[in-house]
Design a protein around this ligand. Structure first.
Ligand SMILES: Cc1ncc(COP(=O)(O)O)c(C=O)c1O
Length: 332
């Protein structure tokens, strides 16, 4: 029996799970499915809201009136936290990696519109971001407030619950559709979605293998990060899973030039999926993972998704990250 921790209801769930009819026709005997987690909300959307249902519930349980979190200038997680903070009556302070851009676009525009306080920390000092967060936390405390720190991407033992809960939802989806995919594909950046899916699949007895495509770091990083978060999760919530059973599969090779920077093949994939099935991916996360998935499927039995009859792609959102990069799309 799972003992759930405090949780807020913030996401519009269950999200739809549908076939990608047109794209699937490219492959013999294979159906590509999509879990539309970009539809968990409009401005507050994507995978992060599932995690924040638990992180912000914890902040409230601790009587905090302020949230501090951090990420890239175009962080979807920071934008989601900024907006949820306003809605829930919590002050939000963001620590963003890099310099203040001249123009606030995409997610950053929404951070400013929702009134978040923003501190920029240059890339070269980013390794100190947790220290800075704790300093800001002490400053709030000295001013009579109580601030709760949510790490990058809400990827910690609390945020893991978001995609554990999503696995309960997926189990119902699979029963309704009478289909269990051999593979569940997802983009991984700070590891919490991947880790939650791996843990949730184990807890809810889903036989699908979780295959993540990394958009930063490498497979060894996600192996260590997820094992650490699951260990902390077991300690904090007095739960037990057999660590040996957790298979952490991270497929490398699709980052391209770097985190947040994509090659022309990613913009082409975004165009292809939008024009075939009306689904919109982003160049930082979902576009890279989707491109990786298609590339591996095209390798057939030599690829990382060998033997697939049904593959499920989790669309984790990120639409607002498209617009700051719109100049990279090429049309005939
Ligand atoms: C749109 C989108 N997809 C995927 C991810 C990756 O999720 P995670 O950080 O849990 O690895 C993120 C956030 O980092 C994201 O914003």
């Amino acid at each position: 029996m799972i003992q759930w921790p405090p949780r807020l209801t913030l996401a519009n769930t269950p999200t739809p799970l549908t076939r990608l009819e047109n794209l699937s026709r490219q492959f013999d005997g294979l159906t590509i499915w999509i879990k539309r987690d970009e539809l968990t909300g409009t401005e507050v959307s994507g995978n992060k809201i599932r995690k924040l249902e638990f992180s912000i519930a914890e902040a409230r349980a601790q009587d905090c009136d302020t949230l501090i979190t951090c990420g890239g200038v175009q962080s979807n997680h920071c934008r989601t936290t900024a907006i949820l903070g306003v809605r829930l009556g919590l002050k939000v302070h963001l620590i963003l990696r890099g310099e203040r851009p001249q123009l606030a676009e995409g997610n950053l525009l929404m951070d400013y519109l929702s009134g978040a306080e923003i501190t920029y920390l240059p890339q070269r000092d980013w390794h100190e971001h947790q220290d800075l967060a704790h300093k800001i936390q002490s400053d709030y405390s000295a001013a009579g407030h109580k601030a709760f720190f949510i790490p990058v991407g809400a990827s910690d033992e609390i945020g893991l619950w978001g995609y554990i809960a999503a696995c309960e939802e997926l189990k119902k989806d699979f029963a309704r559709l009478q289909m269990v995919p051999e593979y569940i594909v997802v983009a991984t950046g700070s590891g919490g979605t991947q880790g939650g899916l791996i843990l949730g699949a184990e807890l809810f007895g889903l036989s699908s293998q979780i295959v993540a495509f990394n958009v930063s770091d490498d497979a060894a990083y996600f192996e260590a990060k997820i094992r650490q978060d699951v260990t902390l999760w077991m300690q904090r919530y007095k739960q037990h899973v057999d660590m040996k059973k957790l298979k952490i599969t991270t497929v490398e090779g699709y980052i391209g030039p770097g985190y947040g920077v994509a090659g022309p093949e990613i913009f082409e994939t975004i165009r292809e999926v939008a024009s075939s099935d009306g689904i919109f991916l982003d160049p930082v996360y979902t576009g890279k993972a989707f491109h990786g998935m298609l590339s591996e499927l095209r390798k057939g039995d030599a690829g990382q998704l060998a033997g697939a009859r049904n593959v499920l792609f989790i669309h984790t959102g990120g639409l607002f990250g498209v617009f700051p990069q719109q100049q990279n799309f090429v049309f005939d």
